[in-house]
Design a protein around this ligand. Structure first.
Ligand code: AMP
Ligand code: MG
Length: 357
């Protein structure tokens, strides 16, 4: 299959591109599109065949459910059994934006879309291209991130192309995604609101709106094999570069020393560092030091994380170490992705208690 990239330029030509994208969706096909978080791979959310095509194009296990994207509040009621007061409050606070809400699904939503679950994930993105595409398609769009399963999520059209060229008919190019990490997921289908995946909107912000929220243990670590995570996606290896990645915990100086001590000169090794910690590596000439940004601006680190993980694949490395980050509002999301990218391979530092109130 030939894959076309259409660039949204803000000119009169855009309407024609959105009509083309809507035609692809109406005929059961898939369209990759930009959102403020990452690029999504969209299909008609009410068509079981479109869901199957999404799983196939990504090589994604079909028990890993998709998120339904909408352009307007009026699209939500038919998709769910009811909209609880808490969901209304979150929607009012954070929609349109990078927040996904899980609610019990209605019969209209096919179980293929929800990976067999009785709940459905809902999101209203604020990216102008996503909104225009969703309006043109005129149906809820089921969309996971537009990467091959297990790879870092794409934050631009080129990264989508790298993974899905030949597998999908159309990519809408709307530039670089603003946030660069996937949406915050809050499960409101049970008695206690639960954060299933941290993102741009933090646990603290969700708690401010709801009063209370728990954190799913899968956010922090690998689950024992017999425990089923609430967000099925959390059990799969994810975001991984093709080179082994090891996270190193500890104080800044201690961490830099550990990495320099462990680094094997016979192996081509890179280290993901920050502006603040870069000088601690002195003249470690055999290490490729890659700054992710400043620790004072974790949003910048989040924004660069997936592109950096993808870039590692092109550097013919044997091993990559990464510094860890404080689990602050954005840091929790960054660390969640890094831990998964490293397959939970973490050394140094002390065991920390996790906030799971
Ligand atoms: P992605 O689109 O790649 O960001 O993946 C969507 C994420 O949402 C995955 O981690 C899914 O497991 C999660 N998800 C989607 N639907 C549900 C649901 N009904 N219940 C819990 N998690 C969900
Ligand atoms: Mg994904």
């Amino acid at each position: 299959m030939e894959t076309f990239i259409r660039t949204i330029t803000g000119s009169g030509e855009d309407d024609r591109i959105y009509r083309e994208a809507a035609d692809v969706i109406r005929s059961g096909g898939l369209v990759a599109f930009p959102t403020e978080t990452v690029y999504g791979l969209g299909g008609d959310g009410l068509d079981p065949d479109a869901a199957r095509k999404i799983y196939e194009a990504k090589g994604r296990p079909s028990d890993n459910p998709l998120i339904l994207h909408v352009a307007a509040f009026s699209q939500i009621p038919p998709l769910v059994r009811e909209i609880p007061e808490k969901a209304r409050r979150l929607m009012e606070a954070f929609w349109p934006g990078p927040l996904t809400i899980i609610l019990p699904k209605s019969d209209l939503v096919p179980s293929e879309t929800t990976g067999g679950l009785s709940t459905v994930a809902l999101r209203m993105p604020d990216h102008p291209v996503a909104q225009a595409f969703l309006k043109a398609a005129d149906c809820p769009i089921a969309a996971p991130s537009a990467n091959l399963s297990g790879r870092p999520s794409p934050t631009n059209a080129r990264d989508v192309w790298e993974d899905l060229n030949g597998r999908i008919p159309l990519i809408l190019d709307g530039g670089e995604s603003r946030i660069g990490l996937e949406s915050t997921i809050v499960d409101l289908s049970g008695p206690v609101p639960t954060l299933l995946r941290p993102g741009f909107y933090s646990l603290q912000q969700v708690k401010r709106v709801l009063g209370t929220a728990a954190v799913d243990p899968a956010v922090f670590g690998a689950l024992p094999a017999d425990v089923r995570p609430k967000a099925p996606g959390m059990k799969y290896r994810h975001y991984a570069p093709n080179v082994p990645l090891i996270l190193v915990e500890g104080e800044d100086r201690e961490r830099a020393e550990t990495i320099q001590r462990l680094a094997d000169p016979a192996k081509k090794t890179a280290v993901l560092v920050t502006e603040e910690t870069l000088p601690l590596y002195g003249d470690a000439a055999d290490l490729l030091l890659i700054p992710l940004g400043s620790r004072r601006y974790p949003e910048g680190i989040a924004h660069r994380l997936f592109t950096t993980l993808r870039a590692l694949d092109h550097l013919q490395l044997d091993l990559v170490y990464s510094e860890t980050f404080e689990e602050g509002p954005m840091g929790m999301a960054v660390m969640n992705r890094l831990r998964k990218a490293a397959g939970f391979h973490i050394i140094g530092g002390k065991d920390k208690e996790t906030d799971n109130e």
